[in-house]
Design a protein around this ligand. Structure first.
Ligand code: PLP
Length: 471
């Protein structure tokens, strides 16, 4: 990763300090709390961080979805929003921007990413089909399975090894893809997805070389390629930093080159749209687009607004251009890398190398004295909140552990991770320094931390509502 750091420095400035490339015009106060207060709050929430109120959190790293700070230009767009039911000017601006960057023929607006997924899979898949992806995001998998199809994860083996420093751990294993097509037959694979960046696989990017390779395999069988494009700008910028031949190419051109290999995409504007809501579905296929619009009218709205207000489409249109500004991306990657590198220096085992939107701490390796059955990730999340009012999220056995309905026995998840996701343009370096100081206290105290047991849980998606008790 030496090359990346060198490139970051070269791209930024001749100064060592990379600054936030914005001034703060509007502020939201943070309510400060003390540890004794937080102990009561967490106890009253039955130690479930999802039950803690946002006003009781000092630094909220629960998610980077829908949590971006909007720019003055975006707020101006909000005022300009044309709320006409049909043919609004806001849609025209939105569609023009999406076509300019993504290059697809049809742009179908939706209220967020999962609505685009639902429409795509409803129209393209049937029972028994198989959808390959590097790693399906949870809503993507759920929407594939809802159609009775099978979601296959084909990420390369490096992508499953947290310590491996391979620069493109989001890549699809092309050999596995070929084998899958041979095994199930091309007629059972209506499309192939690639998630850029690979959120469920630690936010790792996909290389241009891999996109080309996958497209080549698919072309042979006439299988269309779709991107789950939520973090397309972050992926494009990581290509610029890490892949030979892209150092001098503007990031927007890299994004366009990526998209040129695909037949369509789904997008959540809550990520790299720098907006608080919104999304879209794109395709080059006229017939599919017609069927997708018919379904859109049924559940989302008329094709010139989908599930969005005119003002939302304005915010997304502006956000999509701002997210490709290199000053912004330098800051974005540097902020995440700063958090990751300093956590690592403190001693925390993290998923390497740091991606763009989050840092993932390996809780099993941090707290080896707490077995997976006692949820080391949950223990770490709880202590981060107690130590500094910081909200992270467990991505381990609380989220993915499987309980056998008959025996009540639980199978643990493959990894016990804690994700610290970084909202876009929201926190400054001193906020991150504060997080690091709190994490250092947690690290020094780690041997005293205790596991948890679940005392109440729902049948599915239990992590949102489970109640815990410390051991
Ligand atoms: C967030 C996300 C989605 C779903 O988007 P929503 O706007 O939350 O519905 C799909 N795929 C990936 C990779 C995501 O990160």
């Amino acid at each position: 990763m030496e090359k990346e750091i060198h490139q970051l420095n070269k791209a930024g400035t001749t100064f060592r300090t990379i600054i936030e490339p914005f001034k703060i015009k509007s502020v939201e106060p943070i309510r400060m709390t003390f540890r004794a207060e937080r102990e009561k709050i967490l106890q009253n929430a039955f130690y479930n961080i999802f039950s803690v109120k946002a006003r009781d959190v000092i630094i909220d790293l629960l998610t980077d979805s829908g949590t971006s700070a909007m720019s003055a230009e975006q707020w101006s767009g909000i005022m300009r929003g044309d709320e006409s039911y049909a043919g609004s000017q806001s849609y025209e601006r939105f569609e023009k921007t999406v076509k300019d960057i993504f290059g697809f023929k049809h742009v179908i607006p939706t209220h967020q990413g999962r609505a685009a997924e639902r429409i795509l899979f409803s129209v393209m898949c049937k029972r028994g089909d198989v959808i390959p992806n590097n790693s399906h995001f949870d809503t993507t998998r759920a929407n594939v399975e809802f159609q009775g199809a099978v979601a296959e994860d084909l990420v390369i083996k490096e992508g499953l090894d947290p310590q491996n420093q391979y620069p493109f751990k989001g890549n699809v294993d092309a050999e596995k893809l070929k084998a899958l097509i041979k095994h199930v037959g091309k007629d059972k694979i209506p499309l192939c997805m690639i998630t850029i960046t690979n959120n469920s696989g630690g936010g790792q990017p996909v290389s241009m070389e891999n996109i080309r390779e996958v497209k080549k395999v698919l072309s042979k069988y006439n299988i269309p390629l779709y991107f789950d494009a939520c973090r397309f700008a972050e992926n494009a910028y990581l290509i610029k930093l890490r892949e030979d031949g892209y150092q001098d190419m503007p990031v927007k051109e890299i994004a366009k080159e990526m998209m040129a290999h695909a037949d369509g995409c789904t997008m959540s504007a809550k990520k790299d749209g720098l907006s608080n809501i919104g999304g879209f579905l794109c395709t080059n296929d006229d017939l599919l687009a017609q069927r997708e619009r018919d379904l859109l009218i049924l559940t989302e709205g008329f094709p010139t607004y989908g599930g969005m207000a005119g003002r939302d489409m304005e915010a997304v249109a502006v956000g999509l251009n701002e997210v490709l500004k290199e000053d912004y991306l330098i800051y974005r990657i540097a902020e995440t890398r700063y958090l990751g590198d300093h956590l690592y220096e403190t001693g925390f085992p993290i998923v390497q190398p740091p991606g763009a939107h989050a840092i993932y701490i390996d809780a099993k390796a941090t707290l080896p004295h707490i077995p997976p059955s006692q949820y080391p990730g949950q223990a770490l999340v709880a202590e981060l909140y107690l130590a500094g009012g910081i909200r992270g999220v467990e991505i381990g056995s609380v989220m993915f552990g499987k309980v056998d309905e008959k025996t009540g026995k639980e199978t643990s998840a493959a990894m016990e991770l804690v994700r610290l996701a970084i909202p876009r343009r929201v926190y400054t370096q001193s906020h991150i320094d504060y997080v690091l100081e709190a994490c250092k206290r947690v690290w020094e105290n780690r041997e005293k931390l205790k596991g948890f047991k679940i005392v109440k849980q729902a049948k599915s998606l239990r992590h949102f509502t489970a109640k815990f008790e410390p051991f």
